[in-house]
Every structure is written in structure tokens, then in C-alpha cells.
Design a protein around this ligand. Structure first.
Ligand code: SF4
Ligand code: SF4
Length: 754
């Protein structure tokens, strides 16, 4: 603290440095340390707190953060305005600075071109002149009236500037989302078109707004000079903060030199010519560390060095980041991105996918899977270190392959659309090549496997009843241990055999007017009933039949024994067998649904996503999982009265990937007065049968679940029977299909009763 106070005094006494800091922080600036804290505060604790922000682990680490959030207004409108050149665009930005705008994003011509193939874009995007640039503008307000006034004012401001085209302000959420998708699509667009072996670099500079047009112009000239033909510029125009994205090969000296010269010129342009910020909102890192002194001058840089040695005199924590004596740090130790498999070659190792991965913290994240696989493939090609290769392959088998749920949630977060699960299933397929015949005979005798599963669950259920929770857990745990974990995990929430009482349910419907549905109970719900300790003992097919009966549906219900969407095979990389099952089921459903006339209900969400991969099912059949079916088809036939209970909700990966998250939450809210969606849980990691065979994956993904179950809450809902087993076990309350909740909260609608 004393050291900080002393540095603060020194800075205040140094008129030149003091003025420099004031001057530079009129712009967004994250180059080096936040030395403005030394002149903004008198209290050294405040100085310390503000220096820590953006210090990138070089001064210490922040173990937890509390955000004070701002109001998120519901009423919003967005517009995309095109100007004939960058100068007019930047003049419009200056005029908008004092207007009521929440965001003004600049897109240069090349970034517009990079996303021109995106669906939903107007045709004129393809005919824009070479100099055109655009502003994506958003305004927000507390109510519609204020919003309308703001839009009028903005349109008046914009009318002063020549425009080539304009997508006028819209409040339609879908249209707004489409406009913002253009902006968000630029970075992935460059990432997706890059050549294998190159990486994507994103820079983050700020120009004083009065120099924004000249700055963009000069940057574009540098792209031309160094032949970065694909480089694009976009950014937060109000602050003069621009990002530029380009692809770079680091595999040859010539390419590294090109990058070095380009960066030298960029830094001169931004920091010296325009007195801007080399980093405006991202970190300085190693790449910009050699240029901190260029931007801050010798005195500013020395001050930062003093701060570093005050916190970390031996330079132990995150050395080389922000403060680095090596003028070539940005071109040293460059990591190559060698080609490994076309499924993952576009990966830029950004790590956006990591938070949703259920194995994060247990084994590998998607990024780590890709990085390791790249190295394995490189070693396989080079043959330079067979021993290392062998060790990596051995470790990868568990860390990379066995502990991947393969549900592909990572793909939704990936800017270039990589589904690491696809790579893992491909590897599983290669590993399983020798078991193909066996897998085919399993697929053909799937009905017998169902019977065997039901028998095993009967035995387990009876034993559970006889022995009770504790003894059964101990006994099965011991057996699993003795067999080196080859027996599946048993928990008190392991299902019993599904009873077939539903077959006895009689339907009353009017043949002429009653709506029809083909109901396909999944193989999981045909075999797995509720756990012995579950409060609700009806099986999922029984509840589904009763719900459909209540709504007055005629249910087409043949015996589906032995039929399956193929998911159990697909997740293990047995693609041929998965196709076999899926095609056979699709053909049966085509007949039953009168060539797609009647909707088809699967009671488990992953089955729908799997079936959609089939040509017939994807194009001719109306396939639903529970949430979509209830919302779109069943709702008009039911009256909803929410139950006065707190319920937990888990949206499965397949539902998330099919865009059903909000629908499912809304449906749960129609059925219950309080719905809790636990934080930081994405994929539950049960992954079909991994919850039985690799239960640590499920435990890792759901580690924070139990503590988020409110006191008094006794029920959870989801829409996949297998996921519900693990959710129940780790939450300590019973999870069941959302169909149970809907059944509980509804009665037959008067207007549709027959
Ligand atoms: S796979 Fe992960 S690390 Fe790789 S590009 Fe996609 S989000 Fe980034
Ligand atoms: S498929 Fe799932 S488990 Fe595998 S890497 Fe992606 S998010 Fe992680």
C-alpha cells in the first residue's frame, strides 16, 4: 500500500506523465496497466482494486467477482444504415455520439462481404459499391413511447448524411436478432474461410473519434500493402474502438516477417500517428507487450515496470505478459495449428466452447481435445518421438475420447461451428472398426436387448426393495469395484423395469373429428420405469397416454419393440448400425403417419434430433419431442393451471441444440408457479449410458446441482429419461419428464372436449 501511495505521489508530481494519463484515458485504453487508478484515487486500496482489473494475472488473481448490473430495457429497436464511404460513415458516428443510442457498430465493406452469404440478408448486400460502410444502430428505452421518440430523433440525425441503403429501425425481435447476427457473423466468417494451418488474429485498437475515418482508411491501406486481402474491420464506433481480423500463417519465416512488419506499421499508425490505443478493451497479452513502451513512452512504461515489481518482485506470475523486455516477444514461441482432421481444422483455439463442456474440470475441454489431437496427428506424421506419441495416445483415450459426452453442445458456442463431439465419435468409430459385426447383430436384435434390459432392471428393482438404499448401494458399489468398473453404476435412482400398464388404457375419441398422433415411446422409456423410491410410479408411456387421452387425441400405437432412433449406436461411432435403425423406424413411421399427415411424438428429446438426420424423417415427417408437441399441437386441447410448487428444470443438450430452450422454460412456467433453472449447468454429462459406465462425467457436470435445489423443492423435470437418472441422483430429488408436470397442471379444455 505504501509503495502504491508513493508511486501515486510520484505520478502526480510528474506533470508530463500526469497529463499523458489524463489525455490517453479520454479513449478506451487497456494497453499496459490501468495507471489512471494512481491519479483517480487517493486511497491505495482503490488504486490496488483498479490496477488489478485488466492486469491479466500478472499482479495476482481475482477469485470472485460481484457485478453491479445495469438496467436492461425491454423496448429496443435496431437499424442497419449504409453510407457511400467510410468518411460519411464516421461523420454520422460523430453526430450519433450525443444521440440516444445504446450501440453503434461499424462494419466496413469487407466485413459486409464476409457475411453476404448468410441467410436472410437483403439482395442489395451483393451489389454494394467497394467503398460502402455500414452502421448497425441500437436504441433502447423504458417504454414504447420513449422508444418511438428516440427512433424519430435518430432518423432525423441520420437523414443529414448521404445513404446508399437502409434497413429501417425495427422492434421486431426476430429482425433485430437477424441484424445483430450479421455483426456477430463477421469473425466466424473469416475463421471459417481461412486455410488449414493458418490462424485467425483479432486486434483491438481505438482511434480518437475525430480521426476514425482517416484511421480506417490507413488501416485498409496497410491491409493492401501487406496483402491481407481477407482482413475485415468492425467495431464499436462511438468509442472509436475497432477490431480487425485477419488470417496468418506462422509456418514460414517469410510469413512471420510479413506479420512482424505489418504489426510494426499498425502500432506506429495507431499509437504514434493518431495517438490512439493499441488495446482498447482486450488484454495486452504477449503480442502487444513489446509495444507498450511505444504507446506510453519511457516514463509511462517505467511506472508500469515499477508496479509489476511492487507486486511481483521476482517476476514469477504470468511472466512476459504486459511487461516484456523482448522486442520480438510477439513473434517468438509461435504455436502452429497443423492440420489434423477437417472436422476440427478450423479451430482457432479461442476456448469459447469450454464453459458448456461437461468434462471441463474432469478431463479435457473441447479446445484441449482439439489441441491434443493436433499434436497427436503431427507426431504421427513426423514420427519424431514415438514414445511421446504413445503416451499422448494413451492419455487421450480417457481424457479425450471416453469422457466426451458427444452431444455437441460445444458446437453452439463455437464461432466456426466445430462440433468436437463429431471428431470423438469418428475416433470411436475407428476404434470400434473391429466390432462392426457384433454391433450389427445388436442392432438387428434390439428387441431382445430391450427384454434383457428389462429383466436386469427387474432384478435390480427387486433387490433394491429387499435390501434398501444403503445395502444395495454398498453391494453394487463393491461389485463394480471388484470388476474394475465394468459393471454399470447403480444408484437409488436407477430405474426399475417399465411396466406396460399403458397398453391397457382405453381411448375414447371420435373417429371423424379427433386429432391423431403417432406416439413413439423411446427405447429408454419402454424399458426404464420410475425408480423404486420415486413418488410418482407411473411410467412415462402411461402418463403420456393419459395426457393424450385427456386432450381427446386418437393415438396410433403399434408395438415399437426393437425400434430405435439409432442414438445408442451413433454416440459410439457405430454409424452404419445407427443408420440401419433410423431408416427402419422412419419407414415404419411414414406408414403409420399416413405419409407424414399425422404428427409423430417422441417422448424423449434426443430421439427427435437423431431422426431429423434421416432423409425421409427430415423431409416428410412431422416429428416432435414433448415440448414442441405440447406447445404447438396439444395446448389448444388443454387448460393450464400452474401447480403451486417450486420445480427444478433441466433443458437437455438436444433441446438446446434444436432451439427449444425458451419454449421449454415457458412451458414449465405455464405449469408451475416457480421454476428454477440451475446456473452453470449445460450438458448433464449422462450421455445415454455414460452415466452408468463413466459416472464421474455426470458427477462433474452436475457438481453444483444439489446446492441449487431450494429447500422444499421435491421435483425436477427434463425431457430425456436417461438424463433424468443422473439429475435425480445428483440433485437428491426425483427428476421426470416434463410430460408429468404438464399432466399435473392441465385439464381437458372445455372448448375442445368431445
Ligand atoms: S472448437 Fe472451441 S476453441 Fe476451437 S474455435 Fe470452436 S469454440 Fe474456439
Ligand atoms: S461434445 Fe460435449 S463433451 Fe464432447 S467436447 Fe463437446 S461439449 Fe464437451
Amino acid at each position: 500500500m505504501a509503495g502504491l501511495s508513493q508511486l501515486a505521489q510520484q505520478t502526480t508530481d510528474n506533470e508530463h506523465l500526469h497529463q499523458l494519463i489524463r489525455h490517453k484515458y479520454r479513449l478506451k485504453n487497456t494497453t499496459g496497466y490501468a495507471i489512471n487508478s494512481l491519479i483517480d484515487f487517493d486511497d491505495p486500496v482503490e488504486m490496488l482494486a483498479h490496477l488489478m482489473i485488466g492486469s491479466e494475472g500478472t499482479l495476482g488473481f481475482i477469485s470472485s467477482v460481484t457485478y453491479h448490473t445495469v438496467v436492461e430495457h425491454k423496448h429496443r429497436a435496431s437499424s442497419l444504415v449504409f453510407f457511400p464511404n467510410i468518411e460519411t460513415t464516421c461523420n454520422a458516428v460523430k453526430a450519433l455520439k450525443s444521440a440516444n443510442v445504446a450501440a453503434v457498430e461499424l462494419l466496413d465493406r469487407r466485413s459486409l462481404a464476409s457475411v453476404s452469404q448468410m441467410p436472410g440478408l437483403p439482395d442489395f448486400i451483393h451489389q454494394l459499391d467497394d467503398n460502402v460502410a455500414a452502421l448497425l444502430i441500437e436504441t433502447r428505452a423504458a417504454n414504447q413511447q420513449i422508444l418511438t421518440t428516440q427512433i424519430d430523433e435518430l432518423e432525423t440525425v441520420l437523414a443529414q448524411f448521404e445513404q446508399t441503403n437502409c434497413i429501417e429501425f425495427t422492434t421486431d425481435t426476430t429482425q433485430c436478432a437477424a441484424l445483430w447476427a450479421i455483426r456477430k457473423g463477421t469473425f466466424p466468417a473469416v475463421g471459417a474461410m481461412r486455410e488449414t494451418g493458418t490462424t485467425v488474429i483479432i486486434e483491438d485498437v481505438a482511434f480518437p473519434v475525430e480521426h476514425l475515418a482517416a484511421g480506417v482508411d490507413d488501416l485498409q491501406k496497410l491491409f493492401d500493402k501487406y496483402h491481407y486481402d481477407e482482413a475485415i474491420i468492425f467495431g464499436h464506433a462511438l468509442e472509436g474502438n475497432l477490431h480487425f481480423v485477419f488470417t496468418q500463417d506462422f509456418s514460414t519465416e517469410i510469413e512471420v516477417k510479413r506479420y512482424q512488419d505489418f504489426m510494426d506499421d499498425v502500432c506506429q499508425l495507431v499509437a504514434v500517428k493518431y495517438q490512439g490505443s493499441l488495446k482498447a478493451e482486450h488484454g495486452t497479452g504477449r503480442n502487444m507487450a513489446p509495444f507498450v513502451e511505444l504507446e506510453w513512452g519511457q516514463q509511462g512504461y517505467q511506472l508500469m515496470c515499477q508496479i509489476k515489481s511492487l507486486f511481483d518482485p521476482q517476476n514469477l506470475i504470468n511472466p512476459g505478459v504486459i511487461i516484456n523486455d523482448d522486442a520480438n516477444a510477439h513473434i517468438s514461441h509461435l504455436k502452429a495449428l497443423p492440420g489434423a482432421d477437417e472436422l476440427i481444422d478450423k479451430c482457432i483455439e479461442c476456448g469459447f466452447c469450454e464453459p458448456v463442456c461437461p468434462s471441463n474440470g474432469l478431463s479435457f475441454t473441447p479446445r484441449q481435445r482439439i489441441t491434443s489431437y493436433r499434436e497427436i496427428q503431427r507426431l504421427r506424421r513426423s514420427e519424431e518421438d514415438p514414445e511421446l506419441l504413445h503416451r499422448l495416445e494413451q492419455d487421450f483415450s480417457y481424457l479425450g475420447v471416453d469422457t466426451c459426452a458427444a452431444t455437441g453442445l460445444c458446437a453452439d458456442r463455437c464461432p466456426v461451428g466445430i462440433n468436437t463431439g463429431d471428431l470423438i465419435r469418428k475416433i470411436r468409430s475407428e476404434n470400434n472398426a473391429k466390432h462392426q459385426q457384433l454391433a450389427t447383430s445388436f442392432a438387428k436384435s434390439f428387441g431382445r436387448m430391450e427384454t434383457a434390459t428389462r429383466m436386469a432392471l427387474t432384478v435390480a428393482g427387486l433387490s433394491h426393495k429387499l435390501l434398501g438404499n444403503k445395502l444395495m448401494t454398498r453391494l453394487t458399489g463393491g461389485l463394480r469395484h471388484a470388476t474394475n468398473n465394468s459393471l454399470p453404476l447403480w444408484t437409488p435412482y436407477t430405474p426399475t423395469k417399465a411396466k406396460s400398464k399403458h397398453k391397457r388404457i382405453k381411448f375414447e375419441y371420435d373417429n371423424q373429428v379427433s386429432p391423431k398422433v403417432v406416439y413413439m415411446p423411446s427405447c429408454a422409456s419402454r424399458t426404464m420405469g420410475p425408480a423404486v423410491i420415486a413418488a410418482e410410479q407411473r411410467s412415462l408411456p402411461e402418463v403420456t397416454y393419459q395426457l393424450l387421452k385427456k386432450a381427446g387425441f386418437e393415438v396410433i400405437r403399434p408395438d415399437f419393440s426393437g425400434q430405435c432412433c439409432g442414438m445408442p449406436f451413433n454416440s459410439k461411432g457405430m454409424f452404419e448400425q445407427a443408420d440401419l435403425k433410423r431408416q427402419s423406424l422412419a419407414q415404419q413411421l411414414l406408414n403409420l403417419s399416413n405419409n407424414g399427415e399425422y404428427p409423430i411424438l417422441f417422448d424423449t428429446s434426443p430421439c427427435k434430433s437423431m431422426m431429423l438426420e434421416d432423409d425421409i424423417a427430415g423431409s416428410l415427417l412431422n416429428i416432435y419431442e414433448p415440448v414442441g408437441f405440447i406447445n404447438e399441437i396439444l395446448s389448444p386441447y388443454l387448460s393450464f393451471k400452474p401447480v403451486d410448487e417450486t420445480v427444478m428444470l433441466h433443458v437437455t443438450c438436444s433441446s438446446q441444440r434444436m432451439g427449444l430452450h425458451d419454449q421449454m422454460v415457458n412451458l414449465a412456467k405455464r405449469c408451475s408457479t416457480k421454476v428454477v433453472i440451475p446456473e452453470h449447468i449445460s450438458c448433464c454429462g449422462f450421455a445415454g449410458d455414460k452415466g452408468f459406465t463413466t459416472p464421474e462425467l455426470n458427477a462433474n457436470a452436475l457438481a453444483s446441482l444439489k446446492e441449487q435445489v431450494p429447500i422444499g423443492c421435491t421435483a425436477g423435470y427434463s425431457n430425456s429419461r436417461t438424463c433424468e437418472i443422473g439429475l435425480s441422483h445428483h440433485a437428491g430429488i426425483d427428476y421426470q419428464s416434463i410430460i408429468y408436470l404438464v399432466d399435473k397442471a392441465t385439464s381437458a379444455s372445455d372448448s375442445h372436449s368431445i
